[in-house]
Design a protein. Structure first.
Length: 270
């Protein structure tokens, strides 16, 4: 047998051994030791291509079968029902929520919320203790009923006996805000109107809180304010501690279309 024939038989035997054992693939293919089709490099390249194709198909299939993540929904103000939420203007990004302890109770809790475009409504300040009318709340306020009106109302105008504490709302300052006499339980009212924010119930927005225009008629009451707590229930207003009133006045921003959402918990949950 010639040397050339012996060498050819040895190469054929080596190639067969590599193909049977799967050796020689280092992850990058075996180096091409020949210069024509049918070499070990060509075989390795074909196998690698097939494996990559299968892996890619499996990966795509697994991804396609995986449920897409649920979009994050903006937060809503807790405990407000759909009807109440619907009454908050779309342009409003600031809301003082005053939640009464019960329909006939005169104590409440106030929390200031701001609305982020992505995250939704987030608490910005509070909770603060608050008082409302002596007999609680009503969805149909009448003059002299000693109940606070339930609803969502704009906050556009402020004022007080004391100087402007730094609010961005229009602020009417003067002696017309002097509170005299006594409250429902006989407590003195002095200082109650040192700081006030008019609640836009049965009034003309854009005017001083002292304006007594009543679009719904005098019988539906009016003069509903946020004002300084005088140590007892109100006749229809919502009262906050003095420092909290100053804090609120500084926080309210007309560019955010601020509102007050007020009522007993059951009413607001509707």
């Amino acid at each position: 047998m010639s040397v050339r024939a012996t060498r050819g038989a040895w190469v054929a035997l080596s190639l067969a051994t590599l193909l049977l054992t799967g050796c020689g693939n280092d992850g990058q293919g075996v180096r091409d030791e020949g210069d024509g089709p049918g070499t070990l490099a060509d075989v390795s390249s074909d196998v690698s291509s097939d494996v990559s194709s299968d892996v890619g198909t499996d990966a795509v299939g697994a991804h396609a079968g995986r449920a897409a993540p649920e979009p994050v929904r903006p937060r809503e103000i807790p405990a407000l029902g759909p009807a109440t939420r619907a009454r908050i203007p779309a342009a409003s990004t600031q809301a003082l929520v005053v939640t009464g302890e019960g329909p006939d109770a005169n104590r409440a809790t106030a929390v200031l919320y701001t609305r982020d475009r992505v995250k939704g409504w987030l608490p910005a300040d509070g909770p603060w203790p608050a008082r409302n009318a002596a007999r609680g709340w009503t969805g149909e306020h009448r003059a002299g009923d000693l109940r606070s009106p339930v609803g969502v109302f704009g906050l556009t105008d402020a004022g007080g006996r004391l100087a402007d504490p730094g609010t961005r709302l229009p602020y009417d300052h003067g002696p017309g805000f002097t509170a005299r006499g006594t409250g429902v339980e006989g407590e003195p009212l002095a200082g109650s109107f040192d700081y006030v924010v008019a609640v836009n119930y049965n009034r003309a927005p854009g005017t001083t809180p002292l304006d007594w225009t009543r679009p719904l008629g005098a019988g539906r009451g009016g003069g509903i304010w946020l004002h300084v707590d005088h140590g007892g229930p109100t006749q229809g207003c919502v009262a906050l501690p003095r420092d909290r009133m100053r804090q609120l006045l500084r926080a309210l921003d007309p560019a955010r279309t601020p509102v007050v959402v007020m009522g007993d918990a059951a009413a607001l949950s509707r």
